[in-house]
Design a protein. Structure first.
Length: 223
């Protein structure tokens, strides 16, 4: 469960920028920008469940399925649901009832590669949703769920169930489970150095002295 995972606890103490910087240092992909937050200022971190949507109606022989419901049921408290709705259609891939169900389940939040709806409702109940855009248009008759917990694409990054995610108003950052230990170690070291720079600035030291070569070379890749 994400809520009791010590790696998630470490991730949650960082921000997306520090984790993105760690990926840069290590030469890894995973940072995706351009999301809009329903709750600016809120950050989420946790392990990932995925939902893949596709255009059109579901197969006629398939029982009716509400998109996202299976991912909610599969989620443990503190986990993150990531939805791919990259059809180009203006159709919500997440909404208010889903947000309420996910919140009750203890889901940390949702990252949507596509538009979402009922944004004010998500804001009213305090459920974090990050999306490419906002819409009022329903998914019904436009898109349907193709699969749950399969690899999906988010901004050119492949996101796999069980990956780690952190998202705030700057970006969403995804880290493969096999890489999380060294990414966290790098991100924590970067965050500690930046905290020391902040301390020095607040103590009155000149910015040119604090933000010198040490800062500029902080992200040199390991090799």
């Amino acid at each position: 469960m994400s809520a009791s995972d010590p790696l998630v606890a470490r991730l949650a103490r960082l921000d997306a920028c520090a984790v993105s910087d760690a990926l840069d240092r290590l030469g890894l992909p995973g940072c995706v920008t351009g999301f809009h937050s329903a709750l600016p200022g809120r950050r989420i971190a946790g392990r990932v469940h995925t939902v893949k949507l596709t255009a059109g109606l579901p197969p006629a022989d398939r029982p009716p399925v509400h998109l996202g419901a299976a991912a909610i049921d599969a989620s443990a408290p503190g986990e993150v649901i990531v939805v791919e709705q990259a059809t180009g259609l203006d159709a919500g891939c997440w909404g208010g009832i889903l947000a309420r169900g996910a919140q009750r389940r203890g889901v940390a939040g949702v990252i949507a590669e596509g538009p979402v709806r009922d944004v004010d409702e998500a804001r009213d109940i305090g459920f974090p949703v990050f999306a490419r855009g906002f819409t009022a248009k329903t998914a019904r008759g436009r898109v349907h769920e193709a699969a749950t917990d399969v690899p999906i694409a988010v901004g050119g990054v492949t996101v796999t169930p069980g990956d780690y995610a952190i998202c705030d108003s700057s970006a969403a950052v995804f880290v493969a489970a096999a890489e999380i230990e060294r990414v966290l170690a790098a991100a924590e070291e970067i965050a500690a150095r930046e905290a020391e720079m902040t301390r020095r600035l607040e103590a009155g030291e000149a910015a040119s002295a604090v933000l010198g070569a040490s800062y500029e070379h902080m992200l040199r890749r390991e090799g």
